[in-house]
Design a binder for this molecule. Structure first.
Ligand code: GDP
Ligand code: MG
Length: 294
């Protein structure tokens, strides 16, 4: 008899939710950075064992809606929590518990979901710091077990995974066992480009940039994959930064993203990348639809 179900990841931005999903799935399905709003789309990562399957829903971080983009992200998180079989509440052990964590704890209590709490970034903490972080996590009064883990090194993740599997209802697999994510390929590739943009930009640019794949062309003779992609910026000055002196920035982004895309697809890749301005793309509901942000 198999056990399977949906696990919604809840936690403030930057606590390590996406890193944890990737570790559990064993493949990079969600991009990671130290910038806010890295995760804009609800991404499902699928981890499958002999008789269990966890569908991990990596949600955008919780925040007050400021524009149609953040309003969609917020509505999505409430919807996913209500539709899931369990919540995986992730805290940053290095930072301790704050008002944002208490807000999310209250949301989880309200939905009444079975929950497992992870106190992450154990690799950055001494024993005493972790003991304090675990006790602060306990005071949040969310039901279920609490695990110290490092999503980066994998320490503690196996025990956490077993606890999640125990919370899953009996039932057939929800995805084919070999599937790792439900993201369409073009969105997955666009995210790999955006990850490199995030790694190289600061301040408002990480929020302002988005990536769209225009074309994917597979050549039959030698299997070369040509990816035509554009980076959207909101202003001309942002575009200048993204292009860089002599085109250096966009070239560096392209080189790094190409290596990631080659690793993911197992193909030789030509990445044709350019930067365009689209004022107010965050307000453009049609574009948000096309970019898969719903
Ligand atoms: P999210 O916003 O909750 O999805 O967080 P991310 O997974 O994007 O991670 C945010 C930052 O924390 C990234 O720079 C990660 O590399 C880092 N990070 C995540 N997990 C760990 C961990 O266990 N240890 C350390 N040292 N850093 C981590
Ligand atoms: Mg994330």
């Amino acid at each position: 008899m198999t056990h399977s179900g949906f696990v919604a990841l809840a936690g403030r931005p930057n606590v390590g939710k996406s890193t944890l999903v990737n570790h559990l799935v064993g493949e990079k399905v969600a991009i990671v950075s130290d910038k806010p709003q890295t995760t804009r789309r609800a991404i499902r990562g699928v981890a499958t064992g002999d008789d269990w399957q966890l569908v991990l829903v990596d949600l955008p971080g919780v925040q007050r809606p400021r524009d149609p983009l953040t309003a969609r992200m917020q509505a999505r998180m409430q919807y996913e929590l209500s539709e899931s079989d369990a919540a995986l509440f992730v805290l940053n052990g290095e930072q301790g518990v704050g008002p944002g964590d208490r807000f999310i704890a209250a949301a989880i209590r309200e939905v009444g979901l079975p929950t497992v709490t992870a106190v992450n970034k154990a690799d950055r903490l001494r024993r005493r710091g972790m003991v304090e972080a675990l006790s602060a996590a306990g005071e949040l009064d969310v039901q279920g077990e609490i695990f110290p883990i490092s999503a980066r090194t994998g320490e503690g993740v196996e025990d956490l995974q077993s606890a999640l599997i125990e919370l899953m209802p009996q039932g057939p697999f929800l995805y084919p066992p070999e599937e790792r994510t439900d993201l369409p390929e073009n969105v997955r590739l666009a995210e790999l480009v955006r990850e490199q943009v995030l790694a190289r930009t600061r301040q408002e640019l990480p929020h302002a940039a988005e990536v769209e794949i225009d074309e994917l062309i597979e050549r039959d003779e030698d299997g070369l994959l040509t990816v035509v992609a554009r980076i959207w910026a909101e202003t001309d000055s942002q575009k200048r930064i993204l292009v860089g002196a002599g085109g250096r920035m966009v070239r560096d982004i392209g080189t790094a993203a190409r290596i990631e895309i080659e690793a993911l697809t197992g193909r030789r890749v030509h990445l044709d990348l350019n930067v365009r301005v689209r004022r107010g793309w965050r307000q453009d509901e049609a574009l948000l639809d096309r970019l898969g942000i719903d």
